[in-house]
Design a protein around this ligand. Structure first.
Ligand code: 8YV
Length: 325
């Protein structure tokens, strides 16, 4: 008999077929408050769990006594209770390499769109407001040769540094727990304290995952250290930025603008003040959202689940210690 799995994300047709060859599947589109009871029910029998987005916590795991592997179609895993998975010796698999360049492209798009006011000005053109040669009230700020500050130098940080260095001739500062010689040698990046990065950078790109240590790492005090001409770009996880503090800083000119792909609450509530601020470019968490990259992530997650259920994990395990037991 094929092992049972619960899938909570729609799969491309060929990947669905591949899964069906290996497993008996109970399919959901997501794990939500509405369908949670059905998901818990389906988990009674499941040996594998595959998806992304929904919360996988202790309560859910308590309903999955036969679970042997979990695979997320994402690099981030803040939706998972990793300690609880590890305690149960269940490997959690993720897709850290599939989305690197696509997310770095999105970050650069936010840098450019915010600096050059692309969205705001395109809207004015569409509204028929382009009636004469544009003057200073339509001008933006330069990106090339300005200082790029990267907070969190993982794979995406490195890909961003590559773009900033070769594409825009930007000096690069970075803040990270460890030194990244590749970033230093290939892209001339310099490691510094967060305060120095905030004070000296023209673009502060925050690419950190959500952890207890990173929650509200950028708040009022940090924003006050930035140049009033600087742009903050947030593309890791929303709660790393204290959003009310950022809104204040954007309103009172503490910083020039913000480009955001992630938010404290997603989807962004309709009454968020961010929506009415002209110096904000807000995207709907699309860092990795190209057809190709989302397919590659899904394929990687499927491969990861098959490998984990076969006891054949070679890479991409979040809690590899469980494999040694
Ligand atoms: C998507 C992401 O939100 O990979 C991540 O951690 O944040 C994004 O790529 C996610 O993969 C949705 O499937």
């Amino acid at each position: 008999m094929k092992p049972s799995i619960v899938v909570y994300k729609k799969q491309p047709a060929d990947l669905q077929q591949r899964l069906e060859q290996h497993f008996a599947i109970t399919q959901f589109d997501d794990i939500t408050e509405e369908n949670r009871a059905q998901v818990l029910d389906a988990l009674q029998n499941a040996e594998g769990l595959l998806g992304s987005g929904g919360r996988v916590d202790k309560e859910l795991l308590d309903h999955a006594p036969r679970l042997r592997a979990v695979s997320t179609s994402s690099v981030g895993y803040d939706n998972f209770d990793v300690a609880e998975l590890t305690r149960r010796e269940i490997p959690l698999m993720h897709t850290p390499t599939a989305l690197t360049d696509t997310v770095a492209d999105t970050v650069m798009a936010l840098v450019l769109a915010t600096a050059r006011r692309v969205v705001n000005l395109a809207e004015r053109v569409k509204a028929g407001e382009w009636t004469q040669n544009v003057g200073p009230d339509w001008f933006g700020i330069d990106v090339h040769h300005k200082t790029m500050g990267i907070v969190g130098m993982g794979r995406i940080g490195l890909a961003l540094a590559q773009r900033a260095h070769f594409g825009f001739d930007m000096p690069i500062l970075y803040n990270a727990r460890s030194q990244h010689t590749e970033a230093e040698e290939r892209f001339g990046a310099r490691k510094c304290e967060l305060d120095e990065l905030l004070e000296k950078s023209d673009f502060v790109c925050v690419l950190l995952p959500m952890t207890q240590q990173t929650f509200h790492l950028i708040g009022k005090e940090q924003l006050a250290k930035m140049k009033s001409s600087a742009v903050l770009v947030s593309a890791g996880r929303g709660p790393v930025i204290d959003e009310p503090a950022l809104i204040e800083a954007l309103k009172n000119g503490t910083i020039y603008g913000a480009g955001m792909d992630v938010f404290e609450t997603e989807p962004l509530p309709k009454d968020s003040p961010l929506l009415s601020l002209p110096n904000v470019v807000a995207l709907p968490h699309i860092g990795s959202a190209t057809h190709q990259t989302r397919y590659d992530m899904a394929a990687c997650a499927v491969d990861n689940l098959i490998a984990a259920l076969n006891g054949d994990v070679k890479q991409f395990c979040v809690n590899p210690d469980v494999l040694k037991k």
